[in-house]
Design a protein around this ligand. Sequence first.
Ligand SMILES: O=C(O)/C=C/C(=O)CC(=O)CC(=O)O
Ligand SMILES: [Ca+2]
Ligand SMILES: [Mg+2]
Length: 405
Amino acid sequence: MTWLDLPADTLFGIDNLPYGVFSTADDPQRRRLGVAIGTWVLDAGAAARAVGSPDPLLEAPSLDPLLAAGRPAWTRVREALTRWLSDPAFRTVVEPCLVPAEGVALHLPFTVGDYVDFYASEHHASNLGRIFRPGSEPLTPNWKHLPIGYHGRSGTVVVSGTPVVRPNGQRKAPTDAAPTFGPSRRLDIEAEVGFVVGAASELGTPVAQEDFAEHVFGVCLVNDWSARDIQAWEYVPLGPFLGKSFATSVSPWIVPLDALPAARVAPPTRDVEPLPYLDDRDAKQPWGLDLAMEVRVNGSLISRPPFAGMYWTAAQQLAHMTVNGASVRPGDLFASGTVSGPDRGTEGALIELTWNGERPVTLDDGTTRSFLDDGDEVTITATAPGRDGGRIGFGEVTGRILPAR
Ligand SMILES: O=C(O)/C=C/C(=O)CC(=O)CC(=O)O
Ligand SMILES: [Ca+2]
Ligand SMILES: [Mg+2]
């Protein structure tokens, strides 16, 4: 229980406490570490000072030092924040450190290190296989043996709200004789879940699945904007490149893994036996997570992707990403891959929802979309089960398309 007067159905209750970085209109240059609670942002550094235990990890203008500090520090800081917001004895000193959330600007909360994007939804992978590689098996022979991924461009990871300029590039439809250059005509979204690495691992030493929570700090939402025409022409044989590197949007609030015990679920049954380092069948609690996502274009709900059905978990992805000895560093971000369910209306990308443009979606204003128009605003939200029947909110990742330059 918190001494704040929060509605029972708040998505930012005391069992969530996601971390972000904010500034206020009267001091726009000063970035501060904040924690979302109800309709407020707690200035975490100021609160620590107010209770008489200033904390350098909370004074930084980003989450970087906290991420690097590792699991014991994450536990200590979360326990302290919970105590300050629960124990009425702290109310008079902590309450002045609450800032109304509607008035703050939210920034990219950490320095993004390496960025990896996976491909973990069987439904998405099968759909894209059918669309991109008609006549072949939808799933490639490796798909159920390893979590397929690629390294993306961390420098173009942007915070929610950043406009996305339509990319120019080479486009070539299978029927075109030669490629042409110009603005993408098939600009798409990918609704994904991102995992933020905190504690580094050692070069040469893989991170086993059971050590997932020692290294991963928290979870955010990701929109992996994708120019399908550029992608389809460029991706053979090395994979996505300019069709995805122009921008990747992330939500500003990082929900700690510690907020998600009630969200953990068993992943779907795998029909191919995984190699030992990927096997999670005996794990006490594998890392399936029951996030209910929603995708809106200009406010119209177009899809509800279910994260619980992802074939590969984030713990398997981290184990795979490091099994060759590659290390991870604070701020590394890896995304799940597009979250698509088996049913119509649960696909995480327009290319699937509209089946390559053949069946456009109708928005609430009566207009239709195969892919995104200039001016369109895409917003992805998610919630997960929380304590005592409550829900954990992830906030949103949103972005509006600007015309090509
Ligand atoms: O199947 C392909 O050739 C391409 C697939 C993608 O575009 C997907 C990708 O970025 C990974 C994902 O989000 O699942
Ligand atoms: Ca993707
Ligand atoms: Mg991208």
